[in-house]
Design a protein around this ligand. Sequence first.
Ligand code: PYL
Length: 276
Amino acid sequence: MTRLTDDDVKNISNTLEDVNQMLVRTAGMTTKQMACDAVSIVPESIDLDDYYVGVVPITSGMGVITRFSESVADICRALDMDAFVTSTYDVTGLAEALSKDPDIVFLADDYEFIAYNTRARKYSNNSFCTASGYVAVLNGAAKGLIGKTVLVVGAGRVGSRAAGLLLARGAKVGITDIDTAKAHAVAKENPGVKVIEDVGEAISSNDLILNASPAHIDSKYIREGAIISSPGVPHTFDGEAYAKATIIHDPLDIGVAVMAVQSASFSCPDKRKCRR
Ligand code: PYL
């Protein structure tokens, strides 16, 4: 999994409203509506302001990312949740969080990022929630995916989950990865997914793309009017790409918003599901 840098994270808290507006403009839904759609929750069935959320900075591996925990807390606050960041780290931080009796605790090391619901004793996972958030965004931006072809670029933790979620929404799915064995493994796991070996050819012949790869995509391959839902980090699309296509990206907000809604839904008294 590609790790975010201090630079990726430093402005997240002040751009949450920009992301919200971008989602309304490109996909016709607010951040909260996107998150609910991503995990099939009726927005009116859940009162996010009922939830108390703790975020614990974790120092293992490559250590704390500056403002990562504060950004997670601000993303939850933007969803009307009451959130705090512990002043201590790791196990001490978890104990500090639990002493405040939160409904949800967020913790991330270099491999896993989870939102644990203490009431339901179930957790949300960032890879699944990022995949489902960006699939919901593509579905909104494309005004539905049934019968439409979508190319998934990158067969890693997000791309592989996105392939299955796209199939579930009725799309025809192609997947490409520089490591073709990874693409074939996803196709084996998700019957109906087609492996495409030539990345450039694949991108230049698709209007709907879910880019879950850290690799740079040269704008010369991008079709005029394409829609690219792009969780991939680092995000390296240039001005030419943005002029040709609708590109939807943010480094953390979409994935965390889906984690917050999904984790909250585990202990939501009203289990109404989205129509799908
Ligand atoms: C969740 C992000 C999305 C892409 N890559 C994932 C990542 O960077 N994971 C590492 C998160 C480390 C957080 C650090 C802290 O500040 O608590 N342990």
